[in-house]
Ligand binder design. Structure first.
Ligand SMILES: CC(C)(COP(=O)(O)OP(=O)(O)OC[C@H]1O[C@@H](n2cnc3c(N)ncnc32)[C@H](O)[C@@H]1OP(=O)(O)O)[C@@H](O)C(=O)NCCC(=O)NCCS
Length: 184
């Protein structure tokens, strides 16, 4: 199973566990209206049972090595989810996805969480390429790869169907060599 990743100042990424399903659902419920603006799944997550099914699915994907999602815990409170939404082991490539509760926004928590994921991905999982895709108009989401030295690689047109619209994605990529060079 995935390890716990420390992101500093009491912020931890912990592999999602079935016992987290209740807290996870409560967080989705309070943040539903803003999450559905940029994520496709909140409308399908309507009960603790849906959150349990989600946790079981991501744990199975982690066992297969095709994804790896973590609960984001700040001072022992669940504040969001971040992780590798897919991993392509053949090409040593992966994509990071994330969301935060409103009260945890604006403090740099996700930037630190993604920094920990980059370290884990490049160093422990030996990935060669990590990407982040964000809605073209999702300013807060795009700011994270831009802050962390990713390169903007292009635009995927009509990449994601959200509840009320279809959006283009900005694609950002970071290579292992570039990440290592930034550590020197
Ligand atoms: C995308 C999302 C996770 C970004 O959250 P965020 O709080 O803006 O991101 P961070 O935690 O990295 O924090 C950055 C903010 O904290 C501020 N900050 C404070 N201290 C900071 C620090 N040490 N380092 C970096 N930023 C810091 C930054 O200035 C920035 O705020 P600003 O945009 O008002 O200038 C959040 O908006 C979200 O969950 N949105 C809904 C779901 C979503 O869109 N998911 C992504 C789909 S692609």
């Amino acid at each position: 199973m995935a390890p716990v990743l420390k992101a500093g100042r009491g912020l931890e990424l912990r592999p999602l566990n079935l016992r987290d399903a209740k807290a996870l659902f409560a967080l989705i419920e309070t943040n539903r209206d803003r999450l559905r603006l940029w994520l496709p799944w909140p409308d399908a997550n309507r009960s603790v049972l849906d959150s349990r099914a989600y946790v079981l699915r991501v744990r199975a994907q982690a066992r297969l090595g095709v994804a790896r999602s973590f609960g984001l815990w700040s001072a022992d409170r669940l504040v969001g989810v971040a992780g590798f939404v897919w991993i392509d082991p053949v090409n040593r490539s992966a994509a990071i996805g994330y969301w935060l509760a409103r009260e945890a926004e604006g403090q740099g928590l996700m930037t630190r969480a993604v920094t920990a994921l980059l370290r884990h991905g490049f160093r422990d999982l030996k990935l060669n390429r990590i990407e982040i895709r964000a809605g073209i108009r999702n300013r807060r989401s795009r700011a994270i790869p831009e802050r962390l030295g990713f390169r903007r690689e292009g635009t995927l047109r009509q990449a994601e169907r959200l509840a009320e619209r279809t959006v283009d994605h900005a694609v950002y990529g970071l290579l292992a060599d570039e990440w290592r060079a930034s550590k020197r």
